[in-house]
Write a protein that binds this ligand. Sequence first.
Ligand SMILES: [Zn+2]
Length: 84
Amino acid sequence: MREREYPCEFCDTDQPQERRLVTLTMKRGGRWYIFENVPALVCPNCGHRYYDGPMLLELERMIFEEPEKAHAVEAWAFALPIAK
Ligand SMILES: [Zn+2]
């Protein structure tokens, strides 16, 4: 992943992005997928995460081509009412 050479797009910090391993969730076909230990650059000021584009495509590929490599987890979800 190339280091970003410009400040965060979402805030005016001049602090450098931090390289971290994060947990990323995606919903595909009505099912949630959780990816752990995903490399990301994280803004230390606002927390926005920047991912490598080809890596995200690789995660999409894993969902559709290698679902047997994932293990099921139990989860509980709440959906809050949408304010009108
Ligand atoms: Zn930021």
